[in-house]
Write a protein that binds this ligand. Sequence first.
Ligand SMILES: *Cc1c(COP(=O)(O)O)cnc(C)c1O
Length: 371
Amino acid sequence: MEETEFSRAARLAHLRGEGLAKGDPVPLPLTMASIYHLPGDPVGFRQYGRTDNPTIEALENALGFLEGAEAIAFPSGMGAISAALFALSRAGDRVLLPSDGYYTTRLVADRFLKAFGVAVDMRPTVSFADGGFAGYRMIYVETPSNPMLDVCDLAAVARDAHAAGALVVADNTTMTPYGQRPLDLGADIVVAADTKAPNGHSDVLFGHVSTRDAKTAEAIRAWRKLAGGIPGPFEAWLVHRGLETLEVRFDRMCASAGMLAQRIAAHPAVSSVRYPGLPGDPSHNLARTQMSRFGFLIGLTLESEGAAERFIGGCPLIQPATSFGGVHTSAERRARWGDAVAPGFVRLSIGCEPAEDLWKAIEASLDALAD
Ligand SMILES: *Cc1c(COP(=O)(O)O)cnc(C)c1O
């Protein structure tokens, strides 16, 4: 599509329309196919479902348009993250991961990457650049980190990592391309779980890798083709449908979270709140410079495990569930998974319900903790 004065969100809705012939369906058709009509010379045609599918291609086109990069789809966020880790590192390389990021990323590196002779080090997100990046092949960041919402300076990390000859991978799951653009800030690769806000309806696992470097994209595609981690067309179709409303959902979720974080922080039952949009939050100053929204995740600490469970269980507009980014507000006590957080720490994912209803329900559930 040509450059115009319109935003990506506006143009996304018309991406597919540009390529249509008269009589074509306007919405994206779902093509369930493992084989294609392929007589004679196969070069230049769709060949087989592990490499080619028009529904997946349309979704990659839309994701790539949002990222301003080439996007490669995977059946889960971890499928995308594993592709970046395994396709781009070799025995003898050193990889640096956040010690406070998504738990499974650390686990896959620790259990499997190490076994192939890749050294894996970890640092907290808040002091990620301390110690420099000399000797690393890959610097992997997650900002804001999940679940504590600490941030690191993406542009500074990218600059220093590149000076040290390392590749920079950023997990942008919590922000989506509408809230933060790591590739514009210098990262080489974005990985993301579209399971979360991009799909948005909590009915699909999905992920993608995006990059502006053709060689990197080719390596990731080859990994997917050979290892076989290709998503199903139906899941791709659902994510494509979800993406069409991501901007409006994300806008509502972030706006509600900003309002609710302030009110939750002022409630006497709450010991502390983490939200990058709160002026007093340790992440705030940096978040303002590199994020265009402050996100829809709020971390709140209540006095005990029991108080946190009663808060979640007593609120009719909160789904007790792991994961985040759905249309329904959800929450969980992260210590139940062993995260290094207080027993009463709750990760709250704000959904699309009307914000004042959410506050009414949250306030009542917090008030009840004093009884
Ligand atoms: C959920 C999540 C993932 C993994 O995504 P799956 O689709 O569950 O594999 C990776 N990173 C972050 C930050 C996540 O929140």
